[in-house]
Design a protein around this ligand. Structure first.
Ligand code: BTN
Length: 254
C-alpha cells in the first residue's frame, strides 16, 4: 500500500520487474506523451547507465532504480539544474525514510562516509529548441551486501554503512514528495537562488580544499559552494575565485 502524498510526482508509475534502463523507459514514455511526473521504476536493470558513458550496476531487489519524467516550462539552459534539485530531494527523501544524513557531492552524487550511495543521470528531449521533456534517473544503493572489487573503494550501500536494511518503496515516496516541493521552488525563478543555502549546507567538502580536474589540467582550491546557476565556486591560492561549470570536470577532496 502506498502513502505517497504528492499532487503530480509519481502519480503514474510504470513498473518493470526487469528492464534495460529506466531512463530509456521514461524517454519512451516521454515520446509517447506520458504526463509530467510519470515515474519508471525497475527491480533490475540489465543496461543501467551512468554519466560519461559509464554503466551503472543495478542488481535485483537491492537498489532504487528509477527515472522521473518532467515537462518543465523552462529554457533548455536551465535544465541541468534539475539534477541539483533532484540531488537535494534524494538527500532529504533518504533522510526522512531512513534517518541517514548523506551529503551532496557536487553536482549530483550523494555520498555517505565519502563513498557514493546515489548517482543521478539527467537527459533531455528537445523539439524546436524547446524542452519536450526531461528524464531524471536516480540510482540508490540501498541493501547491497557487497560490491565488485573495483568499486569497493568508491561505492557503498546504506546497508553496508549502517548494518540495517531499508524499505525501498518508502525511500522512493519520500524522495518524490521532496522533489515535488523543491521543483515548485526551483521553477519560480528557474535557478537555485532559493535552494542555494540548503544545497551548500549539505555539500561535502564545503569550506575545504578540493582538487578540480578539468580538460585544461588539475588545480587545487577552497570549495565555496554553488552559485544560483549551479556552478561551483572554488577559491584559488592567489585569492581569485573561479566558477567550475559541471560537465567534464571532477572535484574531489584532498
Ligand atoms: C552516475 O552517477 O553516473 C549516474 C547514475 C544514474 C543511475 C540511474 S539508475 C536509474 C536510471 N536508469 C539508468 O540507466 N541510470 C539511472
Amino acid at each position: 500500500e502506498s502513502s505517497l502524498k504528492t499532487r503530480w510526482a509519481g502519480k503514474e508509475i510504470h513498473y518493470f520487474d526487469r528492464t534495460d534502463s529506466t531512463n530509456i523507459q521514461a524517454r519512451l514514455a516521454g515520446e509517447a506523451g506520458a504526463s509530467h511526473g510519470t515515474l519508471a521504476v525497475a527491480e533490475i536493470q540489465d543496461g543501467g547507465r551512468g554519466r560519461r558513458g559509464r554503466n551503472w550496476i543495478s542488481p535485483a531487489g537491492v537498489g532504487v532504480w528509477m527515472s522521473l519524467l518532467l515537462r518543465p516550462e523552462i529554457s533548455p539552459v536551465s535544465a541541468s539544474m534539475l539534477t541539483l534539485v533532484m540531488a537535494l530531494a534524494a538527500q532529504k527523501g533518504i533522510k526522512e525514510a531512513t534517518g541517514i544524513e548523506s551529503q551532496i557531492k557536487w553536482p549530483n552524487d550523494l555520498v555517505l562516509n565519502k563513498k557514493k550511495i546515489c548517482g543521478i543521470l539527467t537527459e533531455m528531449g528537445t523539439e524546436f529548441m524547446e524542452i519536450k521533456y526531461v528524464v531524471i534517473g536516480t540510482g540508490i544503493n540501498v541493501n547491497q551486501e557487497e560490491f565488485p572489487e573495483e568499486l569497493r573503494k568508491t561505492a557503498t550501500s546504506l546497508y553496508l554503512e549502517t548494518g540495517k536494511k531499508y524499505h525501498r518503496s518508502r525511500i522512493i515516496e519520500r524522495i518524490l514528495e521532496a522533489l515535488e516541493e523543491y521543483y515548485g521552488i526551483f521553477v519560480k525563478t528557474e535557478d537555485m537562488s532559493a535552494l542555494l543555502e540548503e544545497y551548500n549546507e549539505k555539500l561535502v567538502n564545503q569550506g575545504q580544499e578540493v582538487c578540480v580536474l578539468d580538460p585544461k589540467g588539475e588545480y587545487r582550491g577552497l570549495c565555496q559552494g554553488i552559485t544560483k546557476t549551479g556552478g561551483l565556486l572554488v577559491e584559488l591560492s592567489d585569492g581569485t575565485v573561479t566558477e567550475v561549470i559541471s560537465g567534464e570536470v571532477s572535484v574531489r577532496g584532498v
